[in-house]
Ligand binder design. Structure first.
Ligand SMILES: C[S@@+](CC[C@H](N)C(=O)[O-])C[C@H]1O[C@@H](n2cnc3c(N)ncnc32)[C@H](O)[C@@H]1O
Length: 216
């Protein structure tokens, strides 16, 4: 598995069942069952093609009795699962998937989320809707830094400052060694947006100055 996928899988705490959403190869369920981190798993996808690839891999590892397949949109079939994994998609899409089946999301004791972009949109959705972020991590794969966000429903909305949506208070508090690199990429993107005139309100904004403070 890639560094990104290992980071995702290693964020899962021991549990009975996991539901991997958008599981185009079933690598994460296969790894988690193999390490005995969960007893049962579902590899799910919205498209037939990825389900076929997942099926082939599950058969290759002889895990048909432990990993089942589900062709569905988002987490519609995840009711009763301890741990829901949604990775390799945009932050807004992950938030939309949780929102559509929020009753199911609220019951999971672990939500393992890995946004490929816009993590600030996902953190905003989680914090505004009673979900608490209990763990985050970063890893580097090739030249890119990836972020995983682990959350669960507590019913308490989190009060946050705008920059915390981008910088992750968890990673700042932990002084994660990849945080500076991660924030530099983000700052460059924000600077490019200012230069491109797309978001003039960003210029001299507290967000940019606060993020610059965090990058030594
Ligand atoms: C880029 S792959 C990510 C695969 C894997 N989760 C990972 O992190 O490497 C995205 C997968 O999510 C699936 N997908 C996209 N939207 C989905 C949705 N609403 N519900 C379930 N699967 C979805 C796609 O069909 C595709 O197989």
């Amino acid at each position: 598995m890639s560094e990104r996928m290992l980071m995702i899988a290693d964020s899962v705490q021991n549990c009975t069942s996991i539901f991997d959403t958008g599981s185009d190869h079933a690598f994460i369920p296969i790894y988690l069952i193999g390490k005995n981190i969960c007893k049962l798993a579902v590899a799910s996808d919205i498209r037939n093609g990825p389900i076929k690839v997942a099926e082939k891999n599950i058969r290759k590892f002889d895990l048909e009795d432990k990993i089942s397949l589900s062709l569905c949109d988002g987490i519609a079939n995840a009711a009763g699962t301890d741990c829901i994994i949604i990775t390799g998609m945009g932050g807004q899409l992950i938030a939309d998937i949780l929102k559509r089946e929020v009753k199911i999301a609220k019951k999971a004791s672990q939500l393992i989320l890995q946004p490929m972009n816009a993590p600030e949109k996902l953190r905003r959705y989680l914090w505004d809707n009673g979900f608490s972020i209990y763990f985050e991590n970063l890893c580097r794969e090739k030249h890119k830094v990836y972020n995983v966000i682990c959350a669960k429903y507590t019913g308490e909305n989190h009060i946050y400052k705008e920059y915390e949506l981008h910088a992750s208070e968890y990673l700042v508090a932990k002084e994660h060694p990849l945080l500076e690199r991660y924030l530099k990429t983000k700052l460059k993107r924000l600077d490019d947006m200012v230069k491109g005139g797309n978001n003039p309100e960003l210029k001299n904004s507290k967000l940019i100055s606060k993020l610059k403070e965090l990058v030594k």
